[in-house]
Design a protein around this ligand. Structure first.
Ligand code: FMN
Length: 184
């Protein structure tokens, strides 16, 4: 699949998954796409745990207030960052940006392989869920689970979110410039 088609087809999926397992090779290919993402100062700071052991997926599926894709996922990719990210450039850390770039690459890879997922972030950060998951996955004390991707074959078609038009969010040369001026 061409990258623009993957960008166009990617969407957050919160529906049911089929029972079809996700082969390890596909999970690996998805995470390889994450590893290829850019990172601040090339620190490559994000770590990944691929969860496909049924005992672990069952535990995550049963977490309180999990929505449908989490409850039914056959596999998860857990993205891990440092609790206290070190400075990598003049007092700056880029771990959240590094992680987000890796996740976006993986969302496109998930789409290209015909799977579905949703970027789970807020839910994971609430009510001690990241800590619980970190404990199950054996994370070192300095690391925390930051983003969770439930993965599976979509069992349904969901309504895509509409995006605002180009003219409302993007301009050539000057913020808010009218089209007639901006495309000269
Ligand atoms: C930083 C970030 C955090 C998100 N956290 C969640 C989340 O915790 N749970 C969830 O269901 N979706 C989450 N999403 C998915 C967004 O809700 C979704 O991207 C948005 O509604 C646009 O829909 P689309 O992805 O289909 O284009 C998150 C997305 C981003 C980028």
């Amino acid at each position: 699949m061409d990258v623009f088609q993957a960008i166009d087809e990617r969407h957050s999926y919160r529906g049911a998954f089929t029972d079809e397992p996700v082969p390890s090779d596909d999970l690996r290919a998805i995470v390889e796409a994450g590893l290829e993402a850019p990172s601040g100062c090339n620190a490559q700071s994000t770590r990944f745990v691929i969860v496909n052991d049924p005992q672990l997926t069952d535990r995550i599926n049963a977490m309180p207030e999990a929505n449908t894709p989490i409850r039914q996922a056959r596999a998860f990719i857990v993205c891990i960052v440092d609790r206290n990210p070190p400075d990598v450039y003049k007092g700056l850390s880029f771990q959240i940006e590094d992680c987000a770039a890796a996740v976006q690459n993986m969302l496109l890879a998930v789409t290209a392989l015909g799977y579905a997922t949703v970027w789970i972030d807020g839910w994971l950060r609430k009510d001690g869920r990241a800590e619980t998951l970190g404990h199950w996955l054996g994370l070192p004390t300095g690391k925390t689970a930051r983003i969770l991707l439930p993965i599976g074959r979509p069992a349904e078609t969901v309504q895509r979110k509409e995006k605002m038009p180009f003219e409302e969010r993007a301009w050539f040369n000057q913020y808010g410039s009218p089209v007639s001026l901006s495309e000269q």
